[in-house]
Design a protein around this ligand. Sequence first.
Ligand SMILES: [Zn+2]
Length: 317
Amino acid sequence: MLKENDSALFVKIRNLWRNRFADKLMPEKRSAVVAVEAFPALCFRHDMDSCNRDDLLHFIEQEQEFSVPSTCFFLRYQVKEAPDLLAELSASGHEIGLHSEARPFWNTSLVQLLWFVEIGYRRKLRRQVNWLRRRGFDPQGHSPHSINNYLGFQNWINWNVIEQATIGSGMKYISDWRIIASTPEGAPDFPEPLPPFYRVLNLRKILVIPTSWDDKFFFSSYEDRFIRKNTNSAYKGRSLKEALDNIAFQLGLCIKAGIPFVVNLHPYNGLRGKVEFGELKTQLIEMAKDRKIPVLALNDLAERLALKNREVSPENR
Ligand SMILES: [Zn+2]
C-alpha cells in the first residue's frame, strides 16, 4: 500500500508510466462521455455491508417511518442469508441493487488500465448479475464494494474502466464515487459535485451517477482510516450537526447545479449505534421537502433521466 511519503523513485516511475504509456492504453479512450440533462433530487444509497438478519429486520422497521424509497445494495452472502427479507424490502418500495464484488484479477494500479482488466471485470460483473437474477432479483444498477481495497486508492481508482466494464453487464447504471475525499465536504476547496452522465460505447451506454457523499459520518473502515490520515480532522463529522451542515452545503451546491445529490450511508453504522442514523435520515428528508426536491431510488432516477434525455442519448439496449 502507498504511504504518504513513498519513495521518490516510485513516484518518478509512476509518472513516467502515466505520461508516456498509460494514456495510450486507457481503454476508456474508446468510449465517449455524453452529458445528461438532469434535475435536483435526493437519493439514499445504502451499502448494506455487515447487516445480518437481525439488522435487516431492524432496518426494515425503521424504513417504514420514512415513507421514501431507498436503494439498498447487497452483497452475495446477504442475498443467500436473507432472501425473504430482501423480498420484503423490495415489496415495500425499496430498490434492491448489487453491491458488486467483481475484482480485477491484477492488484496493481499500473495494470488496471489495460483492456484485459476491463474484460475480466465485466465478465465477473455479469456473472454476479445473473446469479442475482436466478434468485429473483433484477438489479438495475450496482455500487462497487470496497473497490479501494482492490484498485488502489481514491484518485488511483480508474472509474472510467469500471464504468466502461458496466456497459453490457445487463444493468442500467452505476453509482460510483469520483470525488476525491481528501477534503471534507462543505470545505471551501471541496470539488464541485459532478453531474450524472452517460458513458457510451458502440451504441450501448451506461448511466453514471456520481455519489456526492461517501460515508464520512462516523464511518470507520479500512479506507476511511487511510483517507483520514491524509486529511484534516474536519473530514469526519464530529457530531450529527456538523455532518448535517456539510451535507446541507453539498445539497445546496447540487440544487444550484440542477443535479441529483446521492448520499451514501452504511446502515450498519446506524443499526449498531455508531451514528444517529434515523435522525440523520429524518433531517435529510426534511431538507429535501423544504427545498421541494423529490427523494428517489436510483433506478427511478435513472428511469426519469432516460425519459428526459431520450432524444439526445443513443437507444437504450
Ligand atoms: Zn461495501
